[in-house]
Design a protein around this ligand. Structure first.
Ligand code: SF4
Length: 223
């Protein structure tokens, strides 16, 4: 397992303002203070592994002797031999601080800032993988992002990676959630065309949607 320590996460106040739908707010002083507080509490780290796919079956791939069952993952790695399971975190200090606030708006703002920070840390990992391993386009899929690869797949993913808690302090709970909660897990793989799980997800009114639902593509994937 390879770890990346001290990932730089620079919060952009204007982007955060938009994310919080507070563009029209004149006095942004309290928001700015929250961003500065958040910035001092973020400790972004990532762990990943370079894995070679040992076997490919219908809807299944095998890595390090561990089976991962997902039609979507299987189809995406059809022409790929090397993939990168990962976990990223920004640590627990920010969420602890958010919990300590009594004001719900402040809690919401810090939570949102934490999500922005986590996405920036993921972008850093993506940049690292692309540049270090000379990859072109890459995409990723995380356990629980689709019915096709439910959250229970956290278990084999963590088994493939090894002792993630010892390396970057992320623990997998019995209910498959990660502690700190501001953590992300999944598998990066090279692609010719960028793939988003949102393309296969029909959920309506999702504020985090990054691509339109494509019913035909979902049929192609057999889901
Ligand atoms: S549309 Fe929303 S719920 Fe569905 S995969 Fe995208 S981010 Fe996740």
């Amino acid at each position: 397992m390879i770890t990346l320590e001290h990932i730089t996460v620079s919060l952009d106040p204007e982007k955060i303002k938009r994310r919080l739908h507070m563009e029209e707010m004149g006095d942004w002083g309290p928001g700015q203070t929250l961003i500065e507080t958040a910035q001092s509490l973020i400790s972004a780290r990532a762990a990943y592994k370079i894995c070679f796919i040992e076997a490919k079956h219908e809807g299944v791939i095998v890595i390090d002797g561990i089976r991962l069952t997902s039609k979507v993952l299987r189809k995406n790695v059809d022409k790929v031999e090397r993939i990168f399971p990962y976990v990223i975190t920004i640590g627990n200090k920010l969420e602890d601080k958010a919990r300590a606030y009594e004001d719900l708006l402040e809690q919401y703002c810090l939570d949102t800032i934490g999500n922005v920070a986590l996405n920036l840390a993921q972008k850093y990992l993506e940049y690292h993988l692309r540049s270090r391993y000379a990859l072109g386009e890459v995409s990723y899929i995380g356990p629980g992002s689709l019915h096709d690869w439910p959250i229970e797949n956290q278990r084999p993913l963590f088994s493939i990676l090894g002792d993630v808690e010892a390396s970057i302090g992320v623990r997998l709970e019995e209910n498959f959630l990660m502690i700190p909660t501001k953590s992300l897990s999944g598998i990066y793989f090279p692609t010719e065309i960028r793939f988003y799980t949102c393309q296969l997800c029909p959920r309506k009114d999702c504020g985090a949607r990054r691509a339109a639902y494509d019913e035909n593509l979902a049929k192609e994937y057999g889901i």
